[in-house]
Ligand binder design. Structure first.
Ligand SMILES: Nc1nc2c(c(=O)[nH]1)N[C@H]1C(S)=C(S)[C@@H](COP(=O)(O)O)O[C@H]1N2
Ligand SMILES: [Mo]
Length: 203
């Protein structure tokens, strides 16, 4: 059995009673690593963050420039579509809103395609990112992100399945229509609400 132990079971029941365990999920006390492909190398000299799409002027930030943006912290739960949930993660980084404020959106923008290393993408409606608990995280529970968890930068979208919490993120693209990302092209749901069990495109 993958998820064992008395403490785990107790905490799971606690979260369930508190209304924090989405249907079909099991609590894990570990931090599983899940991604497609390999863990990319980080080079601060060549890394950049690009803001593109339906905006007045495209933006390119170096690692230093990105880190000069105002920092924030949030604590949130994390729900993977493969049925594990990890609770009370403390993330530190830069709020999505802080990044969005660097550009002027053109009329009609409603969606964002998030871009990462090795061509990984995920699509999210703009109102789901324009929230006070969505951020680009550099730290988890007080430590820099481990390489396999997205170092140097990952997106955290707590209210959607974690495939939208893109690791090794390198940019965002503002769109006027929804465009499927990597998993969404491979059978996953376009939106991914864990509370509605929107796992697959057939849900
Ligand atoms: N770049 C990238 N980000 C990704 C993925 C991926 O394959 N590539 N997988 C997603 C999935 S399905 C999950 S559950 C979480 C897992 O994050 P973790 O490995 O830090 O637990 O990362 C998400 N972000
Ligand atoms: Mo996942």
């Amino acid at each position: 059995m993958l998820f064992e132990g008395k403490e785990r079971k107790q905490r799971e029941q606690e979260m369930q009673r508190a209304g924090r365990l989405p249907p079909g999920q099991a609590l894990t006390l570990k931090w599983p690593v899940l991604h497609y492909g390999s863990v990319p190398r980080f080079d601060a000299a060549t890394w950049d963050f690009r803001i593109a799409g339906l905006i007045d002027t495209p933006v390119r930030l170096s690692w230093d420039e990105f880190n000069r943006l105002p920092k924030a912290g949030i604590t949130s739960d994390f729900h993977c579509v493969t049925r594990w949930s990890r609770f009370d993660n403390h993330w530190e980084g830069v709020l999505f809103r802080e990044v969005m404020n660097l550009v002027r959106l053109k009329p009609g923008v409603g969606y964002v395609l998030v871009h990462a290393e090795q061509g990984y993408t995920a699509n999210v409606p703009l109102p789901d990112l324009d929230r006070d608990n969505v951020l680009f995280a550099t730290h988890h529970d007080g430590q820099p992100l481990p390489a396999e968890h997205g170092f140097p930068l990952r997106l955290i979208v707590p209210h959607l399945y974690a495939w939208k919490s893109v690791k090794w993120v390198r940019g965002i693209e503002f769109l006027d229509r929804d465009a499927a990302g990597f998993w969404e092209r491979n059978g996953y749901h376009m939106y991914g609400d864990p509370w509605k069990e929107q796992r697959f495109d057939t849900d």
